[in-house]
Write a protein of this length. Structure first.
Length: 473
């Protein structure tokens, strides 16, 4: 037997697994491509954009420029993080082109996530750039501010298209993206950044929903899904509707959010150029030819969306489903997932006030996809919308898409075990099976997959930027 440490709330717990089990770890199972000097790479990208003239040629005196950037959820906050490097260099370039500083605005494209506090922006953007724009020209996207949203109708696929008004009315709209492995459409960045960060629930609901996420082509996570086609279609319709193309500045990021490559220019060209490097970093081929019967990963209390993800039962199952999407290339359909979690029912009301209500509504459904029966009641709750706009909370529609992702675990696995659930009723309420110990879960898993199952353990699943796993060809 071998011992592995798994995340469990605020600590790591040791578990015993067979020597035959495969354990995926950064630095052992895979390594990133070499990182680059982000300052040099960003300058080069600015001077040599793809499919568009350089920024210094696009901008001119008197132009109103909006630089939209991702929120705190992804991208890193270290001194050489992509946002912290790209924004000052773009501002410098714009100023050299004659654009007045007062005509440049920064926009946090947080979509349905919570608005970021000043302290959070200091953390991930750096104090100098924040102080140069705060408070009048460093603003948050607000998906519920009717005056701040432009309705652009529908795209050729029938998806609703909306856009932040500041971006729509800018002479030069710029979007910053992080090309990281993502269960939703393969990668972050590109059109996904604009389509999820600068729009509204009326548009986001077209793709973060069962009719898209429960399709066979949603798995494994890739850029070849119906969801990715929706991202591209909506993004291009946004550009057509506002009469301008986005100038994109995307960086491929590694395991610790270090910059591996920087690409600028037209969004579709940036996607085409950045995805091969992102594939090298993200798509990991294991030295195995047969799929696994049991997937194992532990859940910390806090990860990308915020505190409480490993205790809030909706987020717990969402994380399990999202990790399955990353591992689906090595997963035998109908196998078992074991995911130790505190699962104590702490929903973190101060960040996610709509989640407990969504959980209670979920108890009235048989199929998790049926949560959309309550869409209007949940997503249009005026008190929850007020909190989203004024109290730094997630939008009340957010749990609907998280439930859609979590449902994938039950659709594709025979059972999901939650060892160590402190309030087991919440695990049961999400369709999972609580067990006292990890060993109990392994024994019970054999009822579904037989003796001596093939076990895959991903102990760092939620500590770093994730990878997508595949069998050896």
């Amino acid at each position: 037997m071998q011992q592995v440490l798994l995340d469990y709330g605020d600590e790591l717990i040791p578990v015993q697994i067979p020597d035959s089990a495969t354990v995926v770890r950064y630095g052992e199972t895979y390594v990133d491509p070499p990182e680059v000097d982000p300052w040099q790479a960003t300058r080069q990208a600015l001077e040599n954009p793809l499919g568009m003239p350089p920024l210094r040629e696009l901008a001119k005196p008197g132009d109103k420029v909006v630089i939209a950037f991702p929120d705190r959820v992804k991208g890193g906050a270290h001194p050489q993080a992509h946002r912290r490097v790209a924004i000052p260099l773009m501002v410098e370039t714009l100023r050299e082109a004659g654009v007045a500083l007062d005509d440049i605005s920064l926009l946090c494209a947080m979509g349905l996530h919570r608005k970021n506090t000043l302290e959070e922006m200091y953390w991930y953007l750096g104090k100098d750039i924040v102080d140069a724009f705060w408070p009048d020209r460093l603003v948050m996207h607000d998906a519920e501010d009717a005056a701040g949203i432009v309705d652009l109708g529908t795209d050729e696929m029938g998806n609703a298209v909306t856009c932040n008004r500041r971006v729509a009315e800018a002479d030069l709209p710029i979007i910053i993206g992080h090309v990281q492995g993502n269960p939703y459409g393969g990668y972050s960045g590109g059109y996904k950044m604009a389509v999820t960060g600068l729009t509204t629930w009326s548009s986001i609901r077209c793709h973060h929903c069962p009719s898209t996420m429960h399709r066979d082509d949603f798995l494994p996570a890739s850029t070849h899904s119906h969801m990715r086609r929706q991202f591209d279609s909506i993004g291009k319709a946004m550009e057509q509707g506002i009469g301008k193309r986005f100038f994109a500045m995307d960086a491929v990021l590694g395991t610790h959010s270090q910059v591996l490559g920087v690409y600028a220019g037209a969004v579709d060209e940036v996607q085409k150029a950045s995805w091969p490097l992102a594939d090298q970093r993200t798509n990991v081929e294991l030295d195995v030819t047969k799929p696994f019967d049991v997937l194992v990963y532990g859940l910390p209390r806090t990860f990308h969306y915020g505190p409480g993800m490993g205790t809030n039962p909706i987020f717990m199952l969402q994380a399990i489903g999202a990790q399955l999407a990353r591992c689906y290339g090595v997963f035998r359909e109908g196998s078992v997932i074991i995911a130790p979690s505190v699962c104590d029912g702490w929903f973190n009301e101060s960040w996610f006030p709509s989640y407990e209500r969504a959980y209670e509504k979920l108890q009235e459904t048989i199929d998790f996809a049926d949560i959309f029966r309550f869409e209007d009641e949940l997503a249009r709750d005026p008190d929850a919308i007020h909190k989203y706009q004024h109290s730094y909370t997630f939008h009340p529609a957010h749990p609907l898409s998280m439930i859609s992702m979590g449902a994938i675990a039950h659709q594709r696995a025979s059972a999901v075990f939650i060892p160590g659930a402190r309030r087991p009723r919440y695990a049961r309420g999400m369709g999972c099976i609580p067990t006292k110990t990890f060993e109990d879960a392994v024994v019970r898993a054999e009822r579904y997959v037989g003796k001596n199952p093939r076990i895959l353990v991903v102990p760092e699943a939620f500590r770093h930027v994730g990878v997508h796993l595949y069998l050896r060809h």
